[in-house]
Design a protein around this ligand. Structure first.
Ligand SMILES: NC(=O)c1ccc[n+]([C@@H]2O[C@H](COP(=O)([O-])OP(=O)(O)OC[C@H]3O[C@@H](n4cnc5c(N)ncnc54)[C@H](OP(=O)(O)O)[C@@H]3O)[C@@H](O)[C@H]2O)c1
Length: 299
């Protein structure tokens, strides 16, 4: 079984490279071989590889920069995803795509369900929503995992930034009025491999598109539990202090979103209800505090 994996240099892609290997032959072209900003190169690669699965964690993820580069964000996060869908549809491949809590405006007070209305407040969020729609409209069998606050032991993420700054500074001011759940990149990658395995078991070497027509679509997949960026930073520094009793870390101070203006707006409520993932695939995402301990142990 051939799996075409994008974004293998990213947080989730790097983990997928490991978790997908036992399932088949993973082909993970570098950006130079398949540039998502260049739709024809995406088409050519899929036609050359003819995968059974396309797994697409690659994305334009610079949330603030996207406000000043909307064309590039849309090309990578929407157009390229539409092309993947069209090509997958033509060869009967399944597409696993990743999206974001930022498709919501964050005004709701309950964890978001897959059926809730979307209303992105940033270019990044809007481009990711456009990607979801392009994939759905392509007619390909697909799965869209909406996740949030992704972090791990490698890559560019909030945890690693906070730990670095906490060593360098006396005080760190962190936003305490955005609620969500940190999600471990490896947990997402393990879940993805499990879902592909379950779909393959149902397909029994037959059409994967039919299986995805029944069980596919949007599925929320974020860490269990909830916190704020402030709560995440506080817990990370507390646990790291336990690991390094003699080290000096910054004091963490809670601030409001208004006190930390950024080019892109962020939803105040990023919490997601992951019940569908449990119902369809029996998978419960790790509690963010448990995964945080595992990630810190790896650093
Ligand atoms: N990070 C989060 O907090 C978060 C939250 C919610 C949802 N998500 C979604 O989760 C998925 C995985 O995110 P992540 O944190 O793993 O992202 P990441 O670490 O920023 O990695 C992004 C990957 O995309 C690749 N990429 C970017 N532009 C490309 C292009 N033009 N052509 C080919 N490859 C390109 C990057 O390659 P290079 O190494 O060459 O740049 C990198 O491998 C994304 O769909 C993202 O939207 C992320």
């Amino acid at each position: 079984m051939r799996i075409l994996l994008t974004g293998a240099t990213g947080q989730v892609g790097g983990e997928l490279l490991q978790t997908l290997r036992p399932l088949g032959e993973v082909i993970a072209p570098a950006r130079g071989e398949m540039d998502l900003a260049n739709a024809p190169s995406v088409r050519e690669m899929i036609r050359a590889v003819r995968p059974r699965w396309i797994v697409n964690p690659a994305a334009y993820t610079a949330v603030d920069k996207a406000e000043s580069e909307p064309e590039l964000a849309y090309a990578i996060n929407a157009e390229a995803v539409g092309v993947m869908g069209q090509e997958a549809q033509a060869i009967g491949a399944g597409v696993i795509h990743f999206s974001t809590d930022y498709v919501f405006d964050g005004s709701g007070s309950a964890p978001y369900r897959e059926t809730d209305a979307t209303s992105p407040v940033s270019v990044y969020g809007a481009s990711k929503l456009a990607g979801e729609r392009a994939l759905a409209e392509s007619g390909a069998g697909h799965m869209i995992f909406r996740t949030s606050w992704v972090y791990g032991a490698r890559g560019k993420n909030f945890l690693l930034t906070i730990l670095k700054l906490a060593r360098e500074r006396e005080t760190l001011r962190v936003v305490a009025d955005q609620y969500g759940a940190p999600t471990w990149s490896r947990d997402l990658a393990r879940m993805t491999a499990e879902v592909i395995g379950q779909c393959e078991a149902k397909a029994r070497n037959g059409e994967i598109a039919g299986v995805l027509a029944d069980t596919g679509g949007v599925c929320h997949a974020a860490g269990t539990g909830e916190t704020t960026w402030y709560g995440f930073a506080l817990e990370a520094v507390r646990l790291q202090q336990e690991r390094e009793p003699n080290a000096r870390f910054a004091e963490i101070e809670a601030i409001t979103t208004a006190e930390y203006p950024t080019p892109a707006k962020r939803p105040a409520n990023s919490r997601m209800n992951c019940g569908r993932l449990m119902e369809r695939f029996g998978w419960k995402m790790m509690d963010w505090r448990d995964s945080l301990r595992e990630v810190l142990a790896e650093l």
